[in-house]
Design a protein around this ligand. Structure first.
Ligand code: AHR
Length: 505
């Protein structure tokens, strides 16, 4: 790479607000995500609050987790919520056939999940069972959670120890209906989503965003069929207000498919293929947005990416059904690329959920039963970027950038986004090259700016990671960035991510 990256940011031209819900999380009954992750049980020697592991909660609070999706994933479409209420020792044991074919004790259920959300300060995103549950079952779960008076479900909740209803703003209508959620066609699912959504009522002032389960990747047939069920192509009618959002899922890999290549020990080409795969999120969001714009030009219906992240081969010696994988600087850069795209598309994309929070796939935290707790490189991207939550995105233009080549494709080595909250701005910068430093010049137009705090996340190699024995190998450190003639100037080392906070005049 020979030239510098040259970017223009207009500090006085506001873009859409970046919903904090783009920084959402996902915790499924899968492997050690819930059991042995969040839930250690009331008899655990580890510090806990009614069975919920406290050091995990403290670490996550630093991320300002805005919402938590639960109980799946594929598990959601075989979960029957009544199994998970009442005295724990009386709850039925069932089989978790999707994930490891193990016995599910149901010790973590509705009350435990809502207690977790309260401890985290996160909004609940409950994913209902459309695949194998009934309309009545889903309808009654909403009532159980959110109704204040003495309705049958509100009474049942009280009998189980909770007087006040909970606030539940997000409701999923099944999951991956094209696959584990029932192998449906888009048209069939669209009808089912309308039917189930109708009976998810708004009780006692609780407003629900009902999320229809949509596409894998860029399978636009799903977005089109779901929008077609709410509106008409090119007409100016407001969409029917039966569900309020449509989701899609996108997983990143190194080019050979999910679950194929290892999380560590990759070549520079594999690293660059992974960066290329992550960058594709921009095209995919734009494609779903274009379909939605055609049916809903005013933007009433939200797009939601409620599963995203890397999916590597399970770690040697672990249950392959538990989806445990190491997390490196490569994963951190996959996250930073996604957030840059999320910020650009914040007008339509209003929620996203990393898959998953603990011990599963691209996790924030890795825990062990003996009390081990490791913050992954991805954790630090969420923490360094948290200033973008609910900020106003700033449009920017990449005028020039060195490029990276892989398999005959070229992409810019820089990924960047910026936002403002009035007197301050936050610029996030990534160098996607495995082997070359990236000098950057970001022209800051429209307002005077001074450097506040600047931090960088990098490591000896792109597969640097954190472990119990070496927990801070990849952690943010102060970064040398300056202002010269109204431009932010800095040199990013290979495979690095930086955040620069600006004080604005
Ligand atoms: O996140 C793991 C699984 O990936 C989810 O359960 C499913 O929705 C997706 O296929």
């Amino acid at each position: 790479m020979s030239t510098d990256a040259h970017v223009i940011v207009n500090l006085d031209v506001p873009g859409p607000v970046i919903s904090r819900h783009l920084y959402g999380h996902f915790a499924e009954h899968l492997g050690r995500g819930i059991y042995g992750g969040f839930w250690v049980g009331e008899d655990s020697p580890l510090p806990h609050s009614d069975g919920l592991r406290l050091d995990v909660i403290e670490a996550l609070k630093a991320l300002q987790v805005p919402n938590l999706r639960w109980p799946g994933g594929c598990f959601a479409d075989e979960y029957h919520w009544r199994d998970g209420i009442g005295p724990r020792d009386e709850r039925p044991r069932v089989v978790n056939s999707h994930w490891g074919d193990i016995v599910e004790t149901n010790h973590f259920g509705t009350h435990e999940f809502m207690a977790l959300c309260e401890l985290l300060g996160a909004d609940a995103y409950v994913n209902g069972n459309l695949g194998s549950g009934t309309v009545q079952e889903m309808s009654e779960w909403v009532e159980y959670l959110t109704r204040a008076d003495d309705s049958p479900m509100a009474r049942l909740r009280r009998e189980n120890g909770r007087d006040e209803p909970w606030h539940v703003p997000f409701w999923g209508l099944g999951n991956e209906a094209w696959g584990c959620g029932g192998n449906m066609t888009p048209e069939h699912y669209a009808q089912e989503a309308r039917r189930y959504a109708t009976f998810c009522r708004e009780h006692s002032g609780n407003r629900l965003t009902r999320v229809a389960a949509g596409a894998a990747d860029d399978d636009l047939r799903w977005t089109r069929a779901l929008m077609e069920s709410l509106s008409c192509l090119g007409c100016q009618k407001d969409p029917t207000n039966v569900f309020q959002a449509i989701s899609f899922h996108y997983y990143t890999h190194a080019g050979e498919g999910i679950q194929t290549s290892p999380a560590r020990g990759f070549s520079d080409d594999e690293f660059h293929r992974t960066m290329r795969g992550a960058l594709d999120i921009d095209r995919i969001i734009a494609a779903h947005t274009a379909v939605m714009d055609a049916y809903d030009p005013k933007g009433a219906v939200a797009l939601v990416c409620d599963e995203w992240g890397t999916w590597w081969r399970a770690e040697e010696g672990t249950n392959p059904g538990f989806l445990e994988q190491q997390n490196t600087l490569r994963d951190a850069l996959v996250a930073s690329i996604h957030f840059d795209a999320f910020h650009r598309h914040a007008a339509r994309l209003r929620m996203a959920n990393i898959a998953q929070t603990l011990n599963v796939l691209q996790a924030m935290l890795h825990t062990s039963d003996d009390g081990g707790l490791v913050l992954t490189p991805t954790y630090h991207v969420f923490e360094m970027n948290k200033g973008h939550q609910d900020a106003t995105s700033l449009p920017l233009h990449v005028l020039a950038s060195p490029t990276v080549s892989v398999d005959g494709d070229e992409f810019p080595a820089i990924s960047i986004s910026a936002s403002t909250t009035g007197a301050a701005a936050l610029v996030s910068l990534s160098n996607l090259s495995a082997d070359a430093a990236l000098p950057v010049r970001v022209e800051l137009r429209g307002r005077a700016a001074r450097i506040g705090r600047a931090r960088i996340l990098t490591g000896d190699s792109a597969d640097s990671t954190n472990t119990v024995d070496d927990p801070a190998r990849v952690a943010p450190v102060p970064f040398d960035a300056g202002i010269e003639s109204g431009a932010l100037v800095a040199t990013l080392p290979p495979h690095s991510f930086a955040t620069i906070e600006l004080d604005l005049g």
